[in-house]
Design a protein around this ligand. Structure first.
Ligand SMILES: Cc1ncc(COP(=O)(O)O)c(C=O)c1O
Length: 380
């Protein structure tokens, strides 16, 4: 046992009731064999609970596909990509011309900003939310209107509606929302979208939809609206953040407008093959979702044991109020080699923690328990 592990176990014993920390046994060899074991130690010696990626990485089948793709890395990715686009189209029962892939869904958001925004045009979004599209909107010289989430952390759709004007050409909805992990009901979104003017496009960012059990995705249950653009990523449930792949599903006309701003050959050969394998590996996806549910439940158990009340999470991360400047808590954890999400000015006492494997989460709670604040004030 190394020193840090011994120190960690010591702080665990000194921490909350041992029963709550007890680790569930692995549910079975068949499930475990879908994924390679996770190494808790990271190259930089830090525990990464900061970027909402998939802490367990891709499934074994996807890793095999990555290995076997190596032989084609000297080729441009055209064939791989067109067959992947067809595969994604078939998955969602749309035509291939309704699918646009990008270097991460971040590139899709960039394309949407440049296709639908510009000087004199306006983006409406929530606050706080995932900030990429706002950054690109500014780069496109657009105005950005940010509307606070409701007290229950869903999108304030009435408030957003009230800000819509003739220059509103794009609305961004992140569902579940990053950083709050909260969900806006699909029915409310539909009503909101149906009321938007004919010149307004809506991006629904479903980066975390796999983790939001009851949420009916806009691709799986489409609404008949040519101005709705759904974005997805391979960075979360599929565990491929480092390989960079995302996509949009929308009407051919909207896809065409966005495609004009795509980088040529932006999807690489390796991720093209890895993504196909990931889509085929339903067991891997289910296992990834199940494991996240366990990790999320365990997080809430630990929080409850400390009388904390995080925001209900529908994703692979959790946000909670610390009732202290988030910057200070982030810095305390950083000193303990734990990275969590950055601070969000609109919610300056909240921290966002990406869920990691049990060992990483135990280190998080051990460091949390060393915070120099009176614990009884840390309630919702
Ligand atoms: C809501 C949301 N959308 C999109 C992205 C970007 O994902 P990608 O890795 O596909 O660029 C992220 C990444 O954190 C995100 O949180």
């Amino acid at each position: 046992m190394n020193t840090s592990r011994r120190g960690f176990l010591h702080s665990l014993r000194a921490g909350v009731a041992a029963g709550l920390i007890a680790h569930r046994p692995l549910p079975g060899v068949a499930r475990a064999a879908l994924f390679d074991p996770v190494e808790s130690a990271h190259d930089d010696g830090l525990i990464h609970l900061d970027r909402n990626g998939n802490a367990y990485g891709p499934s074994r089948k996807v890793i095999d596909a990555i290995h076997s793709s190596i032989g084609s890395v000297n080729r441009y990715p055209l064939t791989v990509c067109s067959s992947l686009a067809k595969r994604i189209a078939a998955l969602h029962r749309v035509k291939p011309e309704q699918v646009l892939m990008g270097c991460g869904s971040t590139e899709i958001l960039r394309m949407a900003a440049f296709a639908f925004l510009g000087r004199g045009k306006q983006l409406i979004q929530a606050s706080p939310t995932f900030e990429a599209i706002e950054n690109y909107a500014h780069a496109a010289s657009s105005e950005v209107i940010s509307v606070r989430l409701t007290p229950r952390f869903s999108h304030d759709l009435d408030g957003m509606q009230a800000r819509v004007s003739p220059s509103t050409t794009l609305v961004y909805i992140c569902n579940p929302n990053n950083p709050t992990a909260s969900l806006t009901p699909r029915k409310d979104l539909e009503e909101f979208i149906n009321k938007l003017p004919a010149s307004t496009f809506a991006v629904i960012d479903e980066a975390y939809h796999h983790y939001a059990g009851q949420y009916g995705s806009f691709i799986d249950h489409p609404i008949d609206n040519e101005r709705v653009i759904i974005t997805r990523t391979f960075s979360s449930v599929y565990g491929l953040a480092g390989l960079r792949l995302g996509y949009a599903v929308a009407a051919p006309n909207a896809i065409q407008k966005m495609r004009e701003f795509a980088t040529e050959d932006d999807v690489n050969t390796v991720v093209g093959q890895a993504a196909s394998a990931a889509l085929d590996d339903l067991d891997g996806v289910n296992e990834s979702v199940r494991r996240n549910m366990d990790d999320r439940q365990e997080f809430f158990n630990q929080a409850m044991a400390r009388a904390l009340k995080p925001i209900d999470s529908h994703a692979n991360f959790v946000m909670m109020n610390t009732f202290h400047p988030a910057e200070d808590v982030i810095e305390h954890l950083r000193r303990n080699n734990i990275l969590i999400g950055r601070s969000f000015p609109a919610m300056s006492t909240y921290i966002r923690i990406s869920l990691g494997p049990p060992d990483d989460m135990r280190r998080f709670w051990a460091a949390w328990d060393m915070l120099p604040y009176p614990k009884h004030t840390m309630q919702h």
